[in-house]
Design a protein around this ligand. Structure first.
Ligand SMILES: NC(=O)c1ccc[n+]([C@@H]2O[C@H](COP(=O)([O-])OP(=O)(O)OC[C@H]3O[C@@H](n4cnc5c(N)ncnc54)[C@H](O)[C@@H]3O)[C@@H](O)[C@H]2O)c1
Length: 264
């Protein structure tokens, strides 16, 4: 462990599994206390964190769509650890679970209206809700770091994921608007845009839709010629959470091994 985030307290939404779990472990290695906030049971992640760094993590149940739930998350964080410095807005409707059926791949004509609405609720309104919930605490401190997880799919525009890609475009726009509004309070708002990453969720998504072309296409387009793993995203999440990036706000940081050069 080093100490880039010593004394800091971070909420990582959607950290019960997948990439969010890796953000939580990475921030914790740098000394941050972690709140694992997820609609799924976060106890496995908490056990890993507390083994890595004793008494450094708790789980709180969260439904990002429900404002009262996001407010309870922020309050429980401050009750447990005394402050709130970092929010990683990672929870999303992407992989399937007991909570939702995930970002099923379908032509734009076949996406159902309930699926469209749920995608926007979780992926866009959820980021807004969580930001509203942490804002009073960060404002009082005069300092905060908010990292919204977007996606390079908004540049690549893969077929059959219209609702998901549009939702991440919303996250990108929200990042810029919030950076302007919250900057005067010392709150930095940035977006981390992962490329196609081999989390269990994305592996399942391609298997379910019998898509065997997207993953090799992305590797072929990559400057590094490698599959992207969840661990490739952790360094940038730490950087955006730490004081190293204190003069960086409103930015969309693309981490995809050089698949996309586009500015969003
Ligand atoms: N895997 C990729 O290729 C990829 C690429 C770009 C961006 N992303 C983004 O990275 C993030 C993590 O992706 P992942 O691959 O780990 O997928 P994932 O499905 O495993 O992670 C999403 C997490 O959000 C949680 N969640 C869902 N609905 C929720 C709700 N209403 N309230 C609270 N929590 C909720 C889930 O339980 C899960 O833990 C997502 O924002 C995803 O859109 C993933």
């Amino acid at each position: 462990m080093s100490d880039l985030l010593n004394g800091k307290v971070a909420i990582v939404t959607g950290a019960a599994r997948g990439i969010g779990q890796q953000y939580a472990l990475g921030l914790n290695r740098e000394g941050a206390k972690i709140v694992v906030a997820d609609i799924l049971d976060g106890s496995d992640t908490v056990a890993m964190l507390n083994e890595q760094n004793p008494d450094s993590a708790i789980a709180v149940p969260l439904d990002v769509v429900n404002m009262a739930s996001t407010e309870a998350m922020a309050k429980q964080t401050v009750d447990a650890f005394g402050r709130l410095d970092i929010l990683i807005n990672n929870a999303a409707m992407f992989g399937k679970s007991s909570a939702n059926k995930g970002a099923e791949m379908n032509s734009f004509m076949e996406i159902s209206e309930p699926d469209w609405d749920q995608m926007m609720d979780i992926n866009v309104k959820g980021v807004w809700n969580c930001t509203k919930a942490v804002y009073p605490y960060m404002k009082d401190q005069g300092y905060g770091k908010i990292i919204n997880i977007s996606s390079t799919s908004i540049a690549l525009a893969p077929p059959d994921l219209l609702h998901y890609v549009v939702s991440k475009g919303g996250v990108t726009a929200m990042t810029r608007c919030l950076a302007r509004e919250l900057g005067p309070h010392g709150i930095r708002v940035n977006s981390l845009a992962p490329g196609f990453t081999h989390s269990q969720a994305s592996i399942d998504l391609l298997e379910d839709s019998q898509n065997d072309t997207l993953a090799p296409m992305v590797v072929a387009m990559s400057c590094l010629g490698q599959e992207q793993t969840p661990q490739t995203l952790v360094g940038t999440a730490i950087y955006l959470s730490s004081e190293l990036s204190d003069f960086v706000t409103g930015q969309i940081v693309c981490v995809d091994g050089g698949v996309n050069f586009t500015s969003f």
